[in-house]
Design a protein. Structure first.
Length: 430
């Protein structure tokens, strides 16, 4: 690689503009560590005059990022727009075809188009790097690709979304409901100010699970429908009851091989307070890898924010500047397998079921009878009456049962006149 390196940044949101500032601040350090001189020759965003945390030279601004490649010789492109399609996909494909290396924190793009983009990168002998797409500043992808490269990994799981982890932790800490804590998270910059839906509904974490699976198990990115649930239905009441039972609620992303089949899921879990994962709080992420011969490896760090994300982006940059041309997913695209999907109907867990009911005689027995009919056995019952409002909260902890059993069972409660709302289900982590 030549000594003078031209860089373009497309997308000047929180991450893009912070990265721009970091690159300028660390030019000398980067040259000392790699022998390369970097220069930002082009930036692009929707709005040139938007108020940003850091400034940039207006003379290098392009309204249309496609024109960057018509006018500049770009060695490395940072894509920080964050779309799964549209300009994100267009500009990355163009850069790879022009034999420019690409670095991106865009998990939605990689989870959807990573297979085709990695083939394009390999064809043009350039890097497609996306360390920052999973778990912010934690070097989880490089750990799997390089540090654990000779291990046979059978499971990767953990807390993959800092926003939801902050909300659940803070609900417990300050005894405030979901809506109030979400607003606080938005003010602090942990949640999107406009529409934080993709964090809250589990989509963000699930995109990361897809990427982790592809790396850990050397497979093509899975497209199968799996369990994807977020935290929107978790109430303060659930946090308090979990606390009484010596549990905490965490949104977990899980990817594992079961009977030689791939199983991926994201959903809230009750985890023991004494467990490692039960004590990862705030915006922290944690990823646990199980494999042979290494056993269990744990990586923890901040998973949200411009600082941790930029740390991973710069790590990818230094890897490229040192001449490490490598396969985006660790092995060649034509050697990555397609793994059959484990049937989610047979996924089994103990369950936390919360019923809000009218305080009437026979309601509890009708619920337990219905559970029994679908082979769901009761381990523990907590009944809390609210005499003032003539209602009661019934929490049932079950023994292990399958997804198909609980789905069929709960569908029978849809039109039950004794229920004030549809039951809340949270799985216990096995």
């Amino acid at each position: 690689m030549k000594k003078n390196i031209n860089i373009a940044i497309v997308g000047l949101g929180q991450i893009g503009i912070y990265l721009h500032n970091e690159l300028n601040l660390k030019k000398k350090d980067i040259e000392k560590k790699t022998g390369k001189k970097i220069k930002i020759v082009a930036v692009s965003a929707k709005n040139k005059n938007k108020k940003r945390r850091f400034s940039f030279p207006k003379k290098i601004f392009y309204k249309d990022p496609i024109k960057i490649f018509e006018n500049e010789n770009i060695d490395i492109l940072f894509e920080c727009v964050g779309l799964s399609d549209g300009i994100s996909k267009q500009i990355v494909e163009l850069a790879l075809r022009k034999k420019s290396h690409v670095i991106t924190p865009n998990k939605a793009l990689i989870a959807k188009h990573g297979d085709t983009l990695s083939k394009l990168a390999e064809l043009n002998r350039v890097n497609l790097e996306f360390e920052a797409s999973v778990a912010g500043g934690i070097p989880i992808l490089r750990t799997i690709k390089e540090g654990l490269a000779t291990n046979k990994i059978n499971k990767v799981y953990g807390i993959l979304n800092g926003t939801t982890n902050y909300i659940l932790s803070e609900m417990e800490n300050i005894n405030e409901p979901f809506d109030k804590v979400l607003k606080k998270a938005q003010i602090l910059g942990y949640a999107e100010p406009g529409n934080p839906k993709l964090d809250l509904n589990g989509f963000d974490a699930f995109a990361k699970v897809r990427i982790l699976s592809a790396l850990a198990f050397n497979n093509k990115i899975s497209k199968s429908k799996c369990i994807m649930e977020g935290i929107e239905n978790i109430e303060l009441k659930d946090i308090k009851i979990a606390n009484q039972l010596n549990y905490r609620i965490k949104l977990l992303g899980i990817s594992e091989i079961i009977n030689n089949k791939l199983f991926e899921t994201v959903h809230p879990c009750l985890v023991k307070k004494s467990s490692y994962i039960g004590n990862v709080n705030g915006v922290m992420n944690a990823v646990i890898i199980e494999g042979k011969p290494v056993g269990e490896s744990i990586l923890q760090g901040e998973g949200a924010g411009a600082g941790p994300t930029s740390s991973s982006l710069l790590s990818d940059l230094l890897s490229i500047l040192r001449g490490n041309i490598k396969y985006p997913f660790g092995i060649a695209s034509n050697k990555r397998a397609t793994i059959n999907t484990y049937n989610k109907d047979y996924y089994s867990n103990s369950l936390y079921l919360r019923f809000e009911v009218k305080d009437k005689q026979g309601v509890l027995s009708s619920i337990t009878n219905r559970l029994s009919k679908f082979k769901i056995s009761v381990k523990r019952i907590i009944q809390t009456p609210d005499k003032k409002n003539n209602r009661a909260t019934i929490v049932i902890i079950t023994h292990k049962t399958t997804e198909i059993n609980v789905r069929k069972c709960l569908s029978n409660f849809k039109n039950n006149k004794n229920l004030i709302k549809f039951p809340t289900l949270i799985r216990l982590y096995n």
